[in-house]
Design a protein around this ligand. Structure first.
Ligand SMILES: *Cc1c(COP(=O)(O)O)cnc(C)c1O
Length: 580
């Protein structure tokens, strides 16, 4: 109850803020997370198909993995996210891609209805259902209603997006109260979740805390995790939109005034206010934290703490490989690298790698049984086929078309060894440029009599394909334009599942040295392309040579295993949030 007293401790004036900071640190941040005071994680996107929620990409996968890791480490954790009543699938018919909207019912996935909460929108009350699914020490709290819409439907600055964001923030905060939970920390997965922290600020202020106290308190307990590199690229909203969706939900006049003052020329970027409301800020890889170009309202560059993303290894790594890592003393029971994992990795042998990749190949063939390629074929690969794979969202900066710039050379690399190349990645609905690039790519494939039988596009990329491909392919290609990938996690799945990584030095890959994997670099795109082809040749020959195979894969694991471990990531977050 000491906590309650503290909540209402009055401050005479703003000069007392330093004292208040000290008090906050003494009394609160050192207070451990508890079941009633969980670590809360706010995200507009969750990618967790097992629990009925399909995301769009890495941001959602990261959210799902963070909860799974918290579960494993016993951290009380609540993830608050929308439950979208529809999800989009991409189906391919006669070479054309169509969007298919499939309804999803939360009850089918073990969610229970708790109660309703309201947010105000356009002069009416919107009733939102609060649903919950509990695990041991973690839970997913969903906010939903029949007209909630789909993930990323509409433009990023649209009324509907703002409605979804407000519903998650204000609705989600009300849901926590309904469930009797107080957040120990609020982690905001991108600025779209800003309204959750705003709801807290408003609640504290409205309940009698001085505005500055409430702001300091909220700031001290809010972590803003940034995944975007350039502030200018972020969506903004207009004052009129806030009048419809945001201001009516704010009870405190002081908070309303604070927010109104943040508009310039009637426009507001959520990043500018998120930076103010969150004192703790993180970027998702070392490189990203260094180069993210953000400024606060005073024009000062914002510093981001680097907490590189990791993956939940039990989700993404073949069980046989995980067992092997534990057997040779590389990983401990929490999926953290052991103190002597580097030496232990010297036990990884070519024979064992080949044995494990054969199991991976079966997993891939199983995955592909109901996932025909772009021509409608069901693919089945032999144990000895060499497969390159490129699997990630079809967006320009990831350069899915790069290896196809010189189809004759690509053919010359693949053909002598009968190698295959699998591509999987969804085009964002409405992205005409990338849709055309995909069509051109498919045309290039069709026009070559070798490539047409050995390059395969698998539509509707999702978690199952991501897993099957990283388990069953031999070399993964990851060639974002350097400087544009915040972290990326699919390359982590590949390294952990014993594939060669052919990559540019970007995102989380740049956490370790350039010699740790099959690096692609160059002064311009032609040079990069040339090196990419060389690396593909190298992977093909290394696969036939025990020494090279062992050397490269051990090297990759030695450099990246700590990065890959999601448990390491959560531990980094907790050390940052609750310094000892
Ligand atoms: C792992 C994964 C991602 C992450 O992809 P990156 O391009 O590496 O960020 C995206 N989508 C799915 C379905 C995944 O499994």
């Amino acid at each position: 109850m000491e906590e309650e007293k503290f909540f209402y401790h009055p401050l005479e004036n703003i000069e007392d803020v330093d004292l208040f900071y000290e008090a906050v640190e003494r009394n609160h941040l050192t207070k451990a997370i508890s079941p009633g005071r969980p670590y809360t994680y706010w995200t507009l996107e969750l990618y967790d198909q097992k629990n009925g929620i399909r995301g769009g990409g890495g941001l959602g996968v990261l959210a799902a993995d963070t909860r799974r890791v918290a579960e494993k480490l016993g951290v009380p954790f609540a993830l608050i996210t929308p439950f979208y009543p529809y999800e989009t699938h991409q189906i391919m018919k006669d070479g054309t891609i169509y969007d298919d909207h499939v309804p999803v019912n939360y009850e089918d996935y073990g969610f229970k209805f708790i109660d309703t909460v309201n947010v105000k929108c356009c002069d009416t009350l919107c009733e939102l259902s609060v649903i919950e699914k509990r695990f041991k020490n973690t839970r997913i709290i969903g906010i939903t209603e029949p007209n909630f819409g789909e993930l990323y439907s509409g433009m990023s600055g649209s009324d509907h997006r703002l409605y979804q964001e407000v519903a998650l923030g204000f609705g989600g905060y009300a849901a926590l109260k309904l469930l009797g939970l107080k957040p120990a920390i609020m982690q905001l997965n991108e600025v779209a979740t800003f309204f959750a922290a705003l709801a807290r600020l408003d609640e504290l202020t409205y309940n009698g805390m001085d505005f500055y106290e409430a702001m300091v308190y909220t700031r001290k307990h809010t972590l803003y995790t940034n995944h975007t590199l350039v502030q200018a690229a972020e969506a903004e909203f207009g004052y009129d939109q806030f009048e419809k969706f945001v201001f009516p939900n704010i009870k405190s006049l002081a908070v309303k005034k604070w927010l109104k003052d943040k508009f310039t020329e009637n426009r507001l970027k959520l990043s500018s206010v998120t930076i103010e409301i969150a004192e703790l800020r993180s970027g998702v890889s070392k490189l990203h934290a260094r180069v993210a170009n953000y400024h606060d309202v005073a024009g000062n560059k914002v510093k981001f703490k680097a907490v590189t993303n990791g993956i939940d290894m039990d989700t993404w790594v073949m069980p046989d490989v995980m067992e092997y890592y534990r057997e040779i003393g590389v990983l401990d029971e929490y999926d953290l690298p052991t103190p002597n994992y580097i030496d232990a990795l010297d036990a990884v042998s070519a024979d064992k790698i080949r044995e494990l990749k054969k199991i991976g190949r079966k997993i891939l063939n199983d995955t592909l049984k109901d996932r025909p390629d772009h021509t409608g074929n069901i693919l089945k690969f032999d144990e000895d086929d060499f497969i390159f794979d490129f699997k990630r969202r079809f967006v320009d900066y990831k350069r899915p078309d790069l290896p196809f710039r010189d189809p004759a050379r690509l053919r010359n690399i693949l053909e002598p060894r009968g190698a295959h190349y699998i591509i999987s990645g969804r085009v964002h609905s409405g992205d005409k440029v990338m849709y055309n690039k995909l069509q051109n790519l498919l045309k290039t494939i069709t026009e070559d009599d070798y490539l047409s039988g050995h390059v395969h596009y698998i539509p509707d990329y999702d978690e199952k394909l991501a897993y099957g491909l990283s388990a069953g392919c031999n070399a993964a290609i990851n060639v974002p334009i350097v400087g544009l990938e915040a972290c990326g996690t699919s390359w982590m799945k590949d390294i952990a599942n014993l594939s060669f990584l052919i990559s540019t030095h970007d995102g989380g890959v740049a956490d370790a040295s350039i010699n740790s994997y099959l690096n692609v670099s160059g002064a311009n795109e032609d040079e990069e392309l040339d090196m990419l082809y060389q690396r593909m040749e190298e992977a093909l020959s290394a696969n036939e040579n025990d020494f090279d195979l062992e050397y490269i894969l051990r090297q990759q694991l030695k450099a990246y295993l700590p990065v890959i471990s999601g448990s390491r990531m959560l531990q980094d977050y907790i050390d940052f949030l609750f310094p000892r």
